[in-house]
Ligand binder design. Sequence first.
Ligand code: AMP
Length: 428
Amino acid sequence: MTFENLNLLPQILSSLKAKGYTQPTPIQERSIPHILEGKDICGSAQTGTGKTAAFALPMLQLLFNSKAHQRKGLKALILAPTRELAQQISDSFRDYGKGLHLRHTVIYGGVSQHGQTNALRSGVDIVIATPGRLLDLMEQGFVHLNTIEFFVLDEVDRMLDMGFINDIKKIIAKLPSKKQTLFFSATMPVEIKKLSDSLLKNPVIVQTAPASTAAVTVKQYVYHVKTENKKALLKFILDKESKPHVLVFTRTKRGADKLAKSLNADGIKAEAIHGNKSQNARQKALDRFKNRQISMLIATDVASRGLDITEISHVINFDLPEEAETYIHRIGRTGRAGYSGIAISFCSPDERAQLRDINKLTKSIEVVEAHPYDASQASEEPRKLNGQQQRRSGPRRNNSNSGHNPNKGGGGNNSNWRGRRTNDRSYR
Ligand code: AMP
């Protein structure tokens, strides 16, 4: 299958060529023909699968062909959960839509609204927005949705996780009933299924991989380590890598800041991005990471969904996420668009319940014991939530082993790691 087979406009084909795309990804192959036919789509696709082009290319084509842009008013609305993702979608519309003369703008909070309202006043065809700021500008009378022909809800599961459900409902209420709707979510729990049922008309279901699975291009490893040794383990791992380009996830904003500070003190160029940083600071850190001026970006989950950097070599879960599905989203930041990637998770004795949940979703996490901080034999501790100890629901166990430990039965303590061949258990 080639992009030519999808009957895309010559302008779009040449933009794709300029981007270096040679063939459509599965979600593009399966969605584009239906979207071009005017159908609603309910897509469940893994992160990094080329989902943005799957909806942006046919939308650009339909908008161009219908000469809709010659009429006044906004024609397409794309809602995304994070500012970073909204910006990336906007960049994709810019790249894919070269030569089509369709105007788009991006709207998100955390920055002055001035530039956004100016763009809206001068007239745009496509708006890419996060829900909060969009509602704000709608209430101020800068945005009217009554002329919308295309509506895209992207990363719906994430939007619901982030508490946007009421904002989304308010926005949907202002949309005309006749429109084409494209609905994407990496996972489809019942609540999301209900929302899609209420919104979509005879949708084509596009599923490119079973929901909640990790991309096969990502090799996954877990290191059992005590919390106090996580920093040392991170440095130990980084020392072995040549030119790593690493995205690290921490549970808290404070944890992200502290880790960045400590790494910088050790001469490792790292920056933290999270919700407390201004949009400008986040974008600058992201740009420095993309340009390789810094080798590590330390993020909390809010930042995890939007990041589109194709060459992240490692995703490191410094702390395991509370929700197993967040793990899948996090590691989807590496191994994108066919590149291979490595996902490393640190599991402290109080995070083993989280690891068990993650192991239910992905069966391919290999345990690495050959490292100097191995705590796989340490007693399990109850999970800590906001510094509090959570009540245990099950019997106390001594090992987190969930059936995937290749070193099962092996030792794995500080004294004997040196004596082992590291290459049989290391993540390389
Ligand atoms: P997305 O899932 O939309 O975030 O896309 C993930 C990455 O894949 C982005 O860096 C895109 O630029 C890239 N990409 C999208 N479609 C293709 C394609 N057909 N060939 C190669 N790369 C692609």
